[in-house]
Design a binder for this molecule. Sequence first.
Ligand SMILES: Cc1ncc(C[n+]2csc(CCOP(=O)(O)OP(=O)(O)O)c2C)c(N)n1
Ligand SMILES: CC(=O)[C@@H](O)[C@H](O)COP(=O)(O)O
Ligand SMILES: [Mg+2]
Length: 630
Amino acid sequence: MSVLEQVNAPEDLRRLKIEELSQLAAELRELIIETVAQTGGHLAPNLGVVELTIALHRVFQAPRDKIVWDVGHQCYAHKILTGRRERFGTLRQFGGISGFPCRDESVYDAFGAGHASTSISAALGLAKARDFNQEDYAVVAVIGDGALTGGMALEALNHAGHIKANFIVVLNDNEMSISKNVGALAGYLTRLRTDPMYHRSREEFEALIQKIPAIGPRMLRVLERLKDSVKYLVVPGMFFEELGYTYLGPVDGHSIPALLRTLEKAKGLKGPVLVHVVTRKGKGYPPAEKDPDTFHGVGPFNPLTGEVYGAGKITYTEVFGQTLVRLAEEDPRIVAITAAMTTGTGLKTFARRFPQRFFDVGIAEQHAVTLAAGLAAGGWRPVVAIYSTFLQRAYDQIVHDVCLQRLPVVFALDRAGIVGEDGATHQGLFDIAYLRSIPNMALMAPMDENELQHMLKTALLYGGPCAIRYPRGRGTGCALEKELRPLPFGQALVLRDGRDVSLFALGNTVAAALEAAERLATQGIEAAVVNARFVKPLDASLLLRFARRTRRVVTVEEGILAGGFGSAVAELLMDNGLGNVELVRLGINDTFVPHGAPALLRERYGLTAENIVAAVTQSRRRLRVAARKK
Ligand SMILES: Cc1ncc(C[n+]2csc(CCOP(=O)(O)OP(=O)(O)O)c2C)c(N)n1
Ligand SMILES: CC(=O)[C@@H](O)[C@H](O)COP(=O)(O)O
Ligand SMILES: [Mg+2]
């Protein structure tokens, strides 16, 4: 029996001999690589924390002690060691285990995640709850150097230091966010890691000074008084110490004995402790060590060669990236902003081509948006490329800093709609509802890649806040017109005429609507198909004309129904005395959509051509809302 097979729960791990732990690490790596090669997932972050996870579960007694993973994309070894080894092959599949910590999945997942920089706040909350409940357990937040660039993490670090909370922050420093980590704090961590002057613990440092004959103790007292000057230069982890933390580290995150020693020590200390662990992203798998950006989150690949499968049609992201470069060549005022997602949002070429006009601000969506507002106020034309789900972070900045001042900021909302295997934390389902309600905001969605490039041109010509939402992955494979042309603002496009029912579709659901119309035609039902293009402003006159003519309307959107595109159409009909038009809204009905293959999720959540056909035929039986709650 392998060492890993002996571990069904963390107590089994605590029974292993210390010499067996490195074998356990090797077996965990093997299982993670083998599985992710099949399912896709976050390979490099997980390979980097194998020893750290073993050490955490050896020193702390989960589920009594709480381990809170930031982002949670590095929790695979944790899942395998906490009773989910047998189910690990179902990773990220519909009905299988999630790629992120999830309280509904296991008592060992102390706090759910998916978005970055929440762990210190959550751990602090758990620690205070423990104190209020007069309980006695340890709380540990595990946060990466990338996630530490997020405002929330810094806010929590600040607060926890101030209230002297009893908890531990483990900083997993691998010098990487998804791409190379950015920011002044990252530079400070590098100095901590590499400068021999910093490379010792505070106690070692003080012991060293004490030993200086005759003047040692006096010198220490002087240094104590010179807190803000000399001591700053020489005390390791001074930044964290000044915030109120006991700093331990830097520790080699691939040495199990060093990790065990340091975590034991941290466990015995009072007040906030920060353990600085240095790891290598992708550790133990050469392709991932060499290219941690590609292997951060990866689709299925050949484990022997590291070849990633699935090249083919161009993605929406790529079309966005290449169009922005073209437009920026023509307009020197265009600048691009990403919040730590240069590759994911397709801005790599832009960053290379226009380094001075490109900003990676770290995991700081709120700052990204207000930075864009400032640039726009100063006469520049910022394009902020952020995934739909992560822009949720910056809601007030969109309202207060951009829209209220009617500033010409373009929001490129990638990963809008169903994203698939990342699951509930990452589906981009709320943006229509949260953007549509803001005055001055315009919102569009392209039906294909060709329309996306024209929409980007349109958005940049529009003089106010404007968002374009487009989906993850490959598009329709349509031809891209050479000439970029602005679309008539606020106008929908009729793709097919019909007198029995009007299908108003948004974005990538247009293809399903067209297919549905074909099928309905075989049943003798003539369905008109309208590509809405704009959620805001809606093409009111065209939509009303079709509604009046057909008296029956189906709206389709890959988004939450409440407040979405279908809601906008419902409001339009009501406001124009057409409340008696039969309306069926297809979309996500008041639920979070879990992980699974996108095609399967679209089927389950009523977004396929078949669902549209069913909605039309059921609407004849006067069913008003066809979207089902799963
Ligand atoms: C709010 C938010 N923005 C962006 C992301 C995308 N994202 C996921 S992991 C990651 C990098 C995290 O870096 P780090 O915390 O250092 O972890 P590592 O991958 O290096 O282990 C980013 C930007 C996210 N999950 N949440
Ligand atoms: C954990 C995280 O938030 C990112 O790594 C995300 O999973 C990337 O998603 P894409 O694969 O769609 O870029
Ligand atoms: Mg990192």
